[in-house]
Unconditional design. Structure first.
Length: 208
């Protein structure tokens, strides 16, 4: 839901852009036909500059993906690349993920940047558990993904963060460049855009 919904009544690309968004966000063919009918009606009535039609879950996912709050947390040298991504040259805030939070209770994204040791693992798990749902984890760098150069002989190194906490996106490299972290962010935003938060919430309540 970006520039394709810059609804202008005289813009011939409006309907095509809105239809593309609906195709990506609506799973059921019946619902897609229904929303397409509504779009055509809005376009004919000249209301395209005043009304945006989008499924509620798509609006929730768009707002979530565009306002990720990472935790200010780094373990080793990959954290330098994470800091560079937040600085002026790469400016991760352009994509809605630049509000690094000082507290886990204010964050919803944990970027594990660097080498995780067994001594640090319980602290990492505690931070993860303090982050409220819905939360996401990115493993940044070869050490976080699979132990890196310490995977074979590093007796103190955890061979992959996913042995301690679940991981949504893996970003390999030693260290990965800021562009790689931005690409990982885009992949996470794609994943969020296909979630069904309302259905998941209903299921979780019914299973209690």
């Amino acid at each position: 839901m970006e520039n394709e919904i810059l609804d202008n009544k005289n813009n011939p690309d409006y309907f095509a852009g809105a239809e593309k968004l609906l195709r990506e966000s609506v799973q059921s063919g019946t619902e897609y036909k229904k929303y397409t009918h509504y779009l055509k009606t809005l376009f004919k009535e000249g209301l395209s500059s005043n009304v945006i039609l989008v499924p509620f879950e798509a609006a929730i996912n768009w707002s979530k993906a565009s306002s990720l709050w990472p935790l200010t947390f780094g373990l080793a040298c990959c954290a330098i690349e994470m800091m560079a991504t937040g600085a002026s040259k790469y400016d991760i805030d352009r994509f809605g993920a630049g509000a690094f939070r000082p507290s886990a209770r204010q964050a919803d994204l944990l970027i594990v940047a660097g080498t995780l040791t067994y001594k640090m693992a319980p602290r990492l798990k505690r931070l993860y558990e303090q982050i409220p749902e819905k939360k996401y984890v990115m493993a940044l760098g070869g050490c976080a993904v699979g132990g890196g150069p310490y995977s074979k002989f590093g007796y103190s190194t955890v061979n992959g963060v996913d042995k301690i906490i679940p991981v949504d996106v893996y970003i390999p490299g030693c260290p990965p460049r800021p562009e790689a972290l931005l690409e990982g962010l885009f992949r996470l935003q794609d994943k969020i855009s296909h979630e069904h938060p309302i259905i998941e919430r209903i299921k979780s309540v019914c299973n209690k």
